[in-house]
Design a protein around this ligand. Structure first.
Ligand SMILES: *Cc1c(COP(=O)(O)O)cnc(C)c1O
Length: 221
């Protein structure tokens, strides 16, 4: 695996307004360092414990994104450094993030995870629930979180038409939420697209792609 080469291949395909999150879950720090040395500064992990361990060992100018499902009782472990939490799917979780961010005198950026896939295995809120959350007075009182956009995962399928439909559903949801911005945080991010479909995702309006195996190689787990 030539991580530097892979990174260059991918970044050369990204428009300027699209952020690349290098998804490094299960990979050793030496692989992440290779990406770092090639200039990558945004890394995504799906387990809090693993992200904490890597964060401790790596340079401090990295932006760490939590892209996996978040258990409320573990938010405290990452509250000191996490830059963006992609998978916020309830008010309770948002409230806990706010509480932990406050302890460190920080504002933590969050994305609302929207369920766009047909499968029921994927986490996320319905567009209607997201709208209700954004509009609620309670959310407006959470001064240590900032909702800056939405995140979605398409169905695991080869059917590109279906994936495209689901990506478009997320883009539409984003457009419908935009005017409900809270605490002066601008809604600007649409996190969608992975190794197999990031180009399609960008065509459908993605501003942030989460790419793992195309950079670091296949995962064992
Ligand atoms: C693992 C993972 C990715 C990256 O998947 P690849 O197919 O390896 O690019 C993206 N998003 C989430 C939420 C993931 O868990």
């Amino acid at each position: 695996m030539n991580i530097k080469q892979n990174l260059n291949d991918i970044t050369s395909q990204l428009p300027e307004h699209v952020t690349l999150v290098a998804v490094s879950k299960t990979k050793p720090v030496s692989d992440l360092m290779e990406a770092y040395q090639a200039g990558q500064r945004v890394f995504g992990e799906n387990k809090i414990q693993e992200m904490v361990e890597k964060q401790e060992q790596m340079p401090k100018d990295i932006e760490w994104h939590m892209i996996g499902h978040v258990q409320r009782n573990k938010v405290k472990y990452m509250a000191e450094f996490v830059n963006l939490i992609h998978g916020v799917d309830s008010f309770k979780l948002l409230k806990e993030i706010n509480k932990q961010a406050k302890k460190h005198d920080r504002i933590i950026n969050c994305l609302l995870q929207i369920k766009i896939a047909e499968e029921d295995t994927k986490f996320g809120m319905s567009p209607a629930d997201a709208k209700a959350l954004m509009a609620s007075k309670e959310v407006a009182s959470l001064s240590n979180v900032c909702i800056i956009g939405v995140m979605g995962m398409a169905t695991f399928t080869e059917d590109l038409n279906q994936i495209e439909e689901e990506f478009k559903r997320l883009k539409t949801t984003f457009e419908n939420l935009k005017h409900l911005k809270t605490n002066n945080c601008e809604l600007k991010t649409i996190s969608m697209g992975m190794s197999g479909d990031f180009k399609l995702a960008i065509d459908c309006g993605s501003t942030m792609v989460r790419v793992g195996s195309s950079i670091f190689g296949a995962r064992n787990q």
